[in-house]
Design a binder for this molecule. Structure first.
Ligand code: GFB
Length: 310
């Protein structure tokens, strides 16, 4: 990919979008297009189509989405399906109308059936029922994959998708009501340490298993696929390793330096028991994750301290 190519990053202020900006700048891309939400409302079809027709990017990364942890997914169900479907429809259809040939759509590992075999291969999509706590979000993300695939089949575009596992890193959300487990535990452990508590509340049973990918590794994978000239289909992006939520809490506590007791809150849902991605499709074409979990958590904690610490 020419370093002067016009690359539009939808959602550049979010955790994934900002990691993509960092990665592209580091690789020497000089024509990165961004718009804040105040400048361009992606829920507005006319505004989105006009922007794409005017700017005609060579490549689009679709990192704009309404996202959140298990509680936000489970309670803001209408927002999660409606807003994600609208943004995807406006951007993907608008990209085709504007003659944008290449695009990378960002999905999520929750698109796969709740009880599918582990590790999860890309081929398991649409082979069984979804996890109920995030079904509306997953349906919207599956629609995004299918919009890309269908646009390729009917119109000859070259749109592909990536399915990251649970992400964490710089610019994550630390709002305890809507965040994912890893940033929530960083914040809770930090505040517990500051208060001198002797307990840390962890939702659910602590038994579910999750795989965590440092967001800069995801950005690296996306740019790798763009530069490789991938034109269709979708790729799992993960580390290939998972931990229980209890193990995760223990690592976070040790990084933060909080030595209290873990107390499980059974009134909160566990969600899917396990979702470990099979990452062999991506490994076979030459990419694998680099950041070990403990090292990534230390970097995330440093980012938390810089933005919210005290
Ligand atoms: O990260 P998380 O919110 O989302 O929760 P999912 C993962 C697990 O951590 C669940 C437990 O079993 C939670 O009950 N957990 C423990 C906590 N303590 C906490 C806490 O303080 N906060 C949170 N949030 N969880 C989301 C999906 O599922 O993952 C999305 O809803 C998306 O659609 C995203 O796919 C990556 O991993 O369960």
């Amino acid at each position: 990919m020419d370093r002067a190519a016009r690359v539009y990053i939808a959602g550049h202020n979010g955790m994934v979008g900002s990691a993509l900006v960092r990665r592209l700048q580091q690789a020497g891309y000089t024509n990165i297009l961004t718009r804040t939400r105040a400048e361009l409302e992606l829920l507005d079809q006319a505004a989105t189509h006009a922007f794409l027709a005017q700017e005609k990017p060579d490549f689009i990364f679709m990192a704009a989405a309404i996202v959140g942890g298990i509680h936000a997914n489970n309670t803001l169900r209408a927002d999660f399906i409606y807003q994600n479907l609208m943004v995807e429809a406006n951007l993907i259809h608008g990209a085709w109308l504007a003659g944008v040939q290449r695009l990378c759509f960002l999905g999520s590992s929750c698109i796969y059936p709740r009880d599918c075999p582990q590790p999860i291969k890309e081929d398991y999509l649409l082979t069984g029922p979804l996890e109920p706590t995030n079904e509306p979000y997953a349906i919207a993300k599956i629609a995004g994959i299918k919009l890309c695939e269908s646009c390729n089949r009917q119109h000859g575009t070259k749109y592909f998708s990536v399915m990251p596992t649970n992400l964490y890193g710089a610019n994550d959300s630390y709002d305890l009501a809507s965040s994912h487990v890893l940033p929530a535990l960083i914040r809770k452990a930090h505040e517990a340490k500051q208060r001198g508590d002797n307990e840390l509340a962890v939702w659910g049973s602590g038994k579910p298993m999750r795989e965590f990918l440092f967001v800069d590794d995801l950005a690296d994978a996306c740019v790798f696929l763009m530069e490789k000239g991938i034109t269709d289909g979708f790729y799992n992006v993960g580390t290939g390793k998972d931990v229980t939520i209890r193990e995760l809490a223990e690592i976070v506590m040790s990084v933060v330096g909080f030595a209290g007791r873990i107390v499980f809150d059974a009134t909160k849902p566990d969600g899917t028991p396990r979702k470990l991605l099979d990452v062999s499709r991506l490994r076979e074409i030459g990419w694998q994750a680099r950041t070990p979990l403990r090292e990534g958590i230390a970097l995330a904690y440093r980012d938390f301290m810089a933005r919210h610490g005290g």
